[in-house]
Design a protein around this ligand. Structure first.
Ligand SMILES: NC(=O)c1ccc[n+]([C@@H]2O[C@H](COP(=O)([O-])OP(=O)(O)OC[C@H]3O[C@@H](n4cnc5c(N)ncnc54)[C@H](O)[C@@H]3O)[C@@H](O)[C@H]2O)c1
Length: 297
């Protein structure tokens, strides 16, 4: 369990803005060296300039939806700093839509940035971490929408559910394949202050869809209430503290910051322990884990 970040190398995708920027800042505050990657060159350069006041920072432009860019990111981090200890699979996008109206291009865009990106991160970074053999951790930012489904959230919820399951699978595989040096945390924030409601800035091809989307009164209402909720969401520093505490404690889950009792109960009932046998439902996991660990020895 990684409690001391000084001298560690931390990579953050989507690190030029919002939660990713704050996670990078949190790493520098804890003495780490940081690599931030983003699809936007302008905000990436600004972020590298401001973060550099706190420590060593490398910026790498790239699109997480492309495997070759994520592989190049891992190599750039190793070339510059010699290793990678923490990967934050953080880049993500949201666009409201009606299941049958969302264009195939928009589905592909959201699946690429939110879901394939995490497959890319695991494949490019985890083998390097296993070969390194020192303390490493993969953190993926899913969402409260990874355990709930709201109207207008089709592509977003689908991809955030998928990466929650993928990271639970990663956690189980690392245990059962006998890999002790790589930890896993999946973060399911509720609503956090960020620029997530302006995703078209990262995908010019979708600009034409905004007006069409907002002409649907339900979607317009969803986006308006989301913009308001994000503006008044959890301060990023608070989420960052929760995430670094979870890495230090080796926690698989950072549960959503839902405030009402019903939502908290849903989060705990559904999310906590799906893969860890802390939950009453998959009680077959515990003996299975034990027997697979024995097999790996
Ligand atoms: N803000 C919230 O309320 C909230 C809640 C739950 C989960 N999340 C998740 O948090 C993560 C970070 O989002 P945020 O809220 O900070 O939003 P944000 O828009 O402020 O930051 C996302 C960053 O990702 C970058 N990005 C977008 N597409 C990319 C691509 N193809 N390749 C590389 N970088 C790309 C953007 O340029 C931006 O810098 C996302 O995965 C999001 O789904 C956010």
């Amino acid at each position: 369990m990684m409690k001391d970040f000084s001298g560690k190398v931390v990579v953050v995708t989507g690190g030029a803005s919002g939660i990713g920027y704050a996670l990078a800042e949190g790493a520098l505050d804890r003495g780490a060296k940081v690599v931030i990657s983003d699809i936007r060159e302008d905000t990436l350069a600004e972020a590298v300039a401001t973060l550099s006041a706190k420590g060593e920072v490398l910026g790498v432009k790239g699109d997480v939806a492309k495997y070759e860019d994520v592989e190049a990111l891992a190599q750039a981090a190793v070339d510059r700093f010699g290793k990678v200890n923490v990967l934050f699979n953080n880049a993500g996008v949201f666009a409201a839509g009606v299941t049958w109206e969302v264009s195939l291009e928009q589905y592909d865009w959201v699946i690429g940035v939110n879901q394939r990106s995490v497959i890319h991160g695991i494949k490019a970074f985890v083998p390097r971490m296993i070969a390194q053999g020192d303390e490493c951790h993969v953190v993926t930012v899913s969402s409260g929408a990874g355990i709930t489904v709201n109207p207008g959230f089709c592509s977003y919820s689908m991809t955030k559910h998928a990466v929650l399951a993928l990271n639970e699978a990663l956690w189980l595989d690392l245990q059962t394949q006998g890999v002790p040096n790589v930890g896993v945390t999946v973060v399911m924030p509720g609503v956090v202050q960020s620029k997530i409601m302006f995703p078209e800035k990262t995908s010019g091809a979708l600009e034409g869809e905004v007006a069409q989307r907002l002409s649907n009164p339900v979607l317009a209402a969803v986006e308006a209430s989301m913009r308001d909720a994000v503006d008044n969401g959890l301060p990023r520093a608070e989420l960052v503290r929760m995430v670094y505490d979870a890495i230090g404690n080796g926690d698989l889950y950072v549960l959503p910051n839902f405030t009402d009792e019903g939502s908290q109960a849903i989060a705990q009932g559904i999310a906590l322990g799906r893969a860890t046998a802390q939950n009453w439902y998959p009680n077959l996991i515990a003996p299975l884990l034990e027997s697979m660990k024995e097999a790996a020895q």
